[in-house]
Design a protein around this ligand. Structure first.
Ligand SMILES: Nc1nc2c(ncn2[C@@H]2O[C@H](COP(=O)(O)OP(=O)(O)OP(=O)(O)O)[C@@H](O)[C@H]2O)c(=O)[nH]1
Ligand SMILES: [Mg+2]
Ligand SMILES: [Zn+2]
Length: 306
C-alpha cells in the first residue's frame, strides 16, 4: 500500500456474475467477491463491468458504461434490465412447453431494436415426432429465410448441441425463453465441468424442477461466456412506438416504401405495400398477423411516466 499523497486508491475491475436484490457476486480475475450494490450508482445487472474498492468488505465503486442492455418489460411496459454487454441473444423454444404464438417475434423485435444478434434454438428436438416435424421445419425455414441462424438441439438425445456450440464462440450469449424449455440444461452441457450447482441441489430435493431464479454469468475457457436467465411465460416488450415494432420485422422495410401513406402502420390502411407483399406470398402472413398483434398489445399499455 502506497501512502504517496496523490496516488489513486487501488481498484479491482470485474464482471457482475449475479445481481440478486442488493447482493452482487463479482468475478475479479479468478476470484468471486460478494459485495453490495449502491443505490447512488443505479441498479447493477449481470454482465456489468464494475470497479470494487480494496476495502474489507469491498465496496462497489463504479459501473462502466454499458455497450448494450437486454431488457424485459413488466405488464405496464416498464423496462427491467436482465443483463448487459452482450454479443447475442439465444431464443430457446421447445415443443413442450409450446411457445406462445408471438414469442419468437417479440424477442426479435427487442434484438433488432438493440442491435443484438439473435440465434433461434429449437431445443428438445428429441420430442419432435413425425406429425409435428413439418411444423418445426416450416418455422425453421421461415426464420432462416430472414437470415437468422436456426438450430435444433437436444440435451437428451441426437442431435445434441453440435449446431449450437459453434455459434457461441465469440462474446457473451444470453439464453432466454419460456420456463422449462431447457436453458439451464443446455448451459449445463456447454460448461466443461457439468457444474450447474442448482441442478444438483434441486435434483436432491427430487421435485424435478430446477427453475432458475437469478440471471447468472458463466465464463468458459476458449469460448464465449454464457448467461442463464429465469424463464418467462410471455416476453414483455417495453412501451415503444409502432415503428420500432416494424423494425423487428426486417422483411417489411423493402415493401413499406410502396405504401400509399408515408406513415402507414401496415394495420388497416388502404394500399399498404406490406399487405400487398403478404397477399403475393412475399411476406409470410403469419408474421404480418403477429406484427399487428404486437402493435395492438402495446397500444393497450399506458405511456410510462418520466
Ligand atoms: N426431452 C427433453 N427434455 C429436456 C431437454 N432439455 C431439458 N429438458 C428437460 O426440461 C426440463 C426443464 O429444463 P431446464 O433446463 O430446467 O429449463 P429452463 O429453461 O432452465 O427453465 P427455467 O429455469 O424455469 O426458465 C427438465 O426436466 C429437463 O430435464 C431436451 O433436450 N429434451
Ligand atoms: Mg433454468
Ligand atoms: Zn403499409
Amino acid at each position: 500500500m502506497s501512502n504517496a499523497p496523490h496516488s489513486e486508491p487501488s481498484r479491482r475491475y470485474g464482471t457482475v456474475i449475479i445481481s440478486h436484490g442488493p447482493e452482487l457476486l463479482v468475478k475479479v480475475d479468478d476470484e468471486l467477491i460478494a459485495c453490495r450494490g449502491r443505490r447512488k450508482l443505479g441498479k447493477t445487472v449481470c454482465g456489468d463491468r464494475v470497479w470494487l474498492s480494496e476495502d474489507q468488505p469491498p465496496v462497489l465503486d463504479g459501473i462502466a458504461p454499458r455497450q448494450n442492455a437486454f431488457p424485459r418489460a413488466d405488464r405496464r411496459g416498464r423496462q427491467q434490465i436482465v443483463a448487459a454487454n452482450l454479443a447475442r441473444v439465444v431464443i430457446v423454444v421447445a415443443p413442450k412447453p409450446e411457445p406462445t404464438r408471438d414469442l419468437i417475434n417479440r424477442y426479435l423485435v427487442a434484438c433488432e431494436n438493440l442491435g443484438l444478434q439473435a440465434v433461434i434454438c429449437f431445443n428438445k428436438a428429441d420430442l419432435i415426432d413425425a406429425e409435428s416435424r413439418p411444423i418445426w421445419d416450416d418455422r425453421a425455414n421461415l426464420y432462416r429465410c430472414l437470415n437468422y441462424p436456426v438450430v435444433f438441439t437436444s440435451t437428451k438425445a441426437a442431435p445434441g448441441l453440435a449446431e449450437l456450440t459453434p455459434l457461441l464462440v465469440d462474446g457473451p450469449s444470453i439464453l432466454v425463453g419460456q420456463s422449462g424449455v431447457g436453458k439451464s440444461s443446455l448451459i449445463n452441457q456447454l460448461l466443461p465441468d457439468l457444474a450447474l450447482k442448482t441442478q444438483a441441489i434441486s435434483s436432491a430435493t427430487a421435485k424435478g424442477r430446477h427453475t432458475t431464479t437469478a440471471t447468472t454469468w458463466y465464463d468458459r475457457e476458449g469460448a464465449g461466456p454464457i448467461i442463464d436467465s429465469p424463464g418467462v411465460w410471455e416476453y414483455g416488450i417495453w412501451k415503444m412506438p409502432w415503428s420500432d415494432v416494424a423494425q423487428g420485422f426486417i422483411e417489411f422495410s423493402a415493401f413499406a416504401q410502396q405504401c400509399r401513406f408515408a406513415n402507414c402502420q401496415h394495420l388497416t390502411e388502404p394500399d399498404c405495400g406490406v399487405q400487398a407483399a403478404a397477399d403475393k406470398g412475399m411476406i409470410d402472413p403469419v408474421r404480418l398477423a403477429s406484427y399487428r398483434r404486437i402493435v395492438g398489445a402495446l397500444e393497450h399499455i399506458p405511456n410510462p411516466r418520466g
